[in-house]
Design a protein around this ligand. Structure first.
Ligand code: ZN
Length: 126
């Protein structure tokens, strides 16, 4: 699960796609994953719990990310199944309302800069 988070941070779309279970890959086309990853800057991941037996695993986590000047946060309980490796099947989401960042506030990505001076969140091409 951490490796999928890292893959989002690194925009490694092939890895994210490959670790979806084959039954849900069609619902998660690479273009959609790529668009999401390109527009999102991940700030924090907190793993809340892991349970697994030999075939199934559940990972609860909380993640924060930014898209332009908005911080999104959600908690998810993800379900994984083991075949030749672990695959993500689906998850139950609890969304938190998005929060807009004030231009003069410290950037939530912990860069130490004010948001307006932090250049980690510009959309490509702007
Ligand atoms: Zn920043």
């Amino acid at each position: 699960m951490r490796s999928r988070y890292s893959a989002y941070c690194l925009r490694d779309i092939d890895y994210i796609y490959r670790t979806y279970h084959s039954s849900v890959r069609a619902d998660n086309p690479k273009q959609a994953l790529a668009a999401f990853a390109a527009n999102s800057h991940f700030i924090a991941l907190k793993v809340l719990s892991c349970e697994q037996d030999s075939q199934q695993g559940y990972v609860s986590f909380n993640v924060r990310y930014m898209q332009q000047n908005v911080v999104y946060e959600f908690t998810e309980r993800s379900r994984f199944v083991f075949e030749d490796a672990w695959y993500y099947v689906d998850g139950v989401l609890a969304d938190t309302a998005p929060v807009k960042v004030n231009r003069n506030a410290p950037c939530p990505c912990n860069s130490g800069k004010k948001f307006k001076q932090c250049n980690l969140h510009r959309l490509s091409g702007s």
